[in-house]
Design a protein around this ligand. Structure first.
Ligand SMILES: Nc1ncnc2c1ncn2[C@@H]1O[C@H](COP(=O)(O)OP(=O)(O)OP(=O)(O)O)[C@@H](O)[C@H]1O
Ligand SMILES: [Mg+2]
Length: 414
C-alpha cells in the first residue's frame, strides 16, 4: 500500500497557463526535499480565476496523479495558491491592554491583539485570506518584531490583511475537492513565490517581488522583514504572445512558440540582421522576419507592465523603501531583456528570482515558473496554517464521492 501524505507537504499551483504540484519531505533545517512533481497545461482558468469548473478539475486530477505516481503516495491535502483580480489588501491595526499582572506579554496577548487587528468590516461577499503581522508597538516603542516576554501595558499590532472574493475561493476549493484532495490552506500566490525566491536580507532591506505569470502579474512589497503591499495586474506573459500574433499576423500558438524561441523584450539587444521564419495563416508560404521587429512588438508591452507596476508602487508610497531593488519571477520573466527593461523603468537594481529552499528532484522544477509551487510547499512546511487559522474546506457531498476515509471521518464528527 502506498504511504499517506501525512508527513509530506504538497503544494498545488493552479495557474492560468499551467497547473503544477510538488510533493516534498520536510527537512530538519526547514528546507524541503522534493519527491514528486506534476505539471499539466491549465484548463478552465482566465486571469487566475476558475471559469470552467469541470475542465479545471480534470486538469488538476491529471497533475495530482503525475505527482502521486512519482512520489509513490496518495495525496490527501495540499496547500493551494490563489490569485486573480479579486484579491484586495490593506493595512490594519489592533490595540489591547497587556493582561498579566506583571505586565509581561504572553502568547495570549499576541493572539488577542491579532484578533483585534483582524476585526475589520469586510463586505459579506469577501473573506480574509491572510493576516500578516508587520510590527508590534509596546507602549511607545515601535518596530518590535516579537513582543513575547517584553514588559509593557499597551500592545499594538500593525498587520497586512489580504482578502478575496468568497465565490472565487470557493470555486477553487471545489475544484481541488472534486479532484479528491482537501485544501490545507489557501495562500496568495505572490506570498508563496516570495517564500521560495527572496532572501531574508532582501525582505529586511526592502524589495518588490514581481511574478509575471501567463494571465496576471503579481506584486508584493516587503520591508523590515514584513509584507506591506500586494496587488495583482490582469496582464501577463500571454499578452506578449497575443501582441506578436496580431503584429505578425500569425496564430497565437505559433506566436507563443516564436516568443519562447526568439523573443526579446529589449530591441537594442537584438542584432539588426537576424531573421526568423514565421508560419502564416491559411497554408501560405512562411515569411522571413527580422528578430528586431519582434522585439519592437514585445518591448512596449514589457514597458507597459513595468510602468503600471511603478505607478502602483509609487501610489502606495513605497518607491523609496526598495533598497534591495526588484526581483522578477514567474514564466513571463524568462523572456530575455525583461531584467534590463525593468531596470530602465524602475531605475533600481533588478534580478531574476529562481526558487530555492528545496532539493531532491529540483532539476525539472528549477525555473522561475516553479517559484509559486515550491513556495507553496515551503509555506506548508513553515506555517502550518498560522496566518490563516486552519479552515476545513470540505463539502461532505463532494468528499463522499471521492474519499471513503474522509467520509467515515465526517460521519464520526457530524
Ligand atoms: N522561455 C520563455 N520565454 C518567454 N516567455 C516564457 C518562457 N517560458 C514561459 N513563458 C511565458 O510564461 C507564462 C507562464 O508563466 P507561469 O508558468 O509562471 O504562469 P502561470 O503560473 O500558469 O500563470 P498565472 O500565474 O498568471 O496564473 C506564459 O505566458 C509563457 O508564454
Ligand atoms: Mg503563477
Amino acid at each position: 500500500m502506498k504511504a499517506k501524505n501525512g508527513q509530506h507537504v504538497v503544494g498545488l499551483d493552479i495557474g492560468t497557463t499551467k497547473i503544477s504540484c510538488v510533493v516534498a519531505d520536510v527537512m530538519d533545517d526547514g528546507r524541503i526535499h522534493i519527491i514528486g512533481l506534476g505539471e499539466t497545461p491549465s484548463r478552465g482558468l482566465r486571469k487566475g480565476v476558475v471559469v470552467n469548473l469541470n475542465a479545471t478539475v480534470e486538469a488538476v486530477k491529471n497533475c495530482l496523479q503525475q505527482a502521486e505516481l512519482m512520489a509513490g503516495i496518495d495525496i490527501e491535502t495540499a496547500v493551494v495558491g490563489i490569485a486573480g483580480g479579486h484579491i484586495r489588501s490593506f493595512n490594519s491595526r489592533g490595540v489591547v491592554a497587556v493582561s498579566g499582572r506583571d505586565r509581561t506579554v504572553t502568547q495570549e496577548d499576541i493572539d488577542r491583539v491579532m484578533e483585534a487587528a483582524r476585526a475589520v468590516n469586510i463586505p459579506n461577499d469577501r473573506e480574509i485570506l491572510h493576516v500578516l503581522p508587520q510590527e508590534y508597538v509596546l507602549d511607545d516603542q515601535g518596530s518590535i518584531s516579537s513582543p513575547m516576554g517584553m514588559t509593557g501595558s499597551r500592545l499594538e499590532a500593525n498587520v497586512h490583511i489580504i482578502t478575496a472574493a468568497s465565490t472565487s475561493v470557493q470555486n477553487l476549493v471545489t475544484c481541488v475537492n472534486r479532484a479528491g484532495v482537501e485544501v490545507q490552506d489557501t495562500v496568495l500566490e505572490q506570498l508563496a513565490s516570495s517564500e521560495s525566491v527572496l532572501t531574508d536580507d532582501e525582505r529586511e532591506l526592502g524589495v518588490a517581488l514581481i511574478d509575471i505569470g501567463g494571465g496576471t502579474t503579481d506584486l508584493a512589497i516587503f520591508e523590515r522583514g514584513s509584507k506591506w503591499h500586494t496587488s495583482v495586474l490582469p496582464v501577463g506573459g500571454d499578452h506578449f504572445s497575443n501582441d506578436l500574433a496580431v503584429g505578425l499576423r500569425t496564430p497565437v500558438p505559433e506566436a507563443e512558440k516564436l516568443k519562447i524561441r526568439f523573443g526579446c523584450a529589449l530591441s537594442s539587444q537584438v542584432r539588426e540582421d537576424e531573421t526568423i521564419e514565421v508560419p502564416t495563416v491559411g497554408g501560405r508560404k512562411p515569411r522571413l522576419l527580422s528578430r528586431q521587429v519582434m522585439a519592437e512588438i514585445l518591448q512596449p508591452r514589457a514597458e507597459e507592465i513595468f510602468n503600471l507596476l511603478l505607478k502602483e508602487i509609487t501610489t502606495a508610497g513605497f518607491e523609496r523603501v526598495l533598497n534591495a531593488g526588484i526581483v522578477l519571477t514567474g514564466g513571463g520573466s524568462l523572456l530575455p531583456g525583461m531584467v534590463e527593461v525593468a531596470e530602465q523603468v524602475f531605475d533600481l537594481p533588478v534580478r531574476h528570482g529562481l526558487p530555492t529552499g528545496a532539493d531532491g528532484l529540483v532539476e525539472p522544477a528549477s525555473g522561475p515558473e516553479f517559484a509559486t509551487v515550491i513556495g507553496l510547499a515551503l509555506y506548508g512546511a513553515h506555517h502550518a496554517s498560522s496566518t490563516t487559522g486552519a479552515r476545513l474546506r470540505l463539502r461532505p457531498g463532494f468528499v463522499g464521492a471521492f474519499n471513503d476515509r474522509l467520509r467515515s471521518w465526517f460521519s464520526e464528527v457530524f
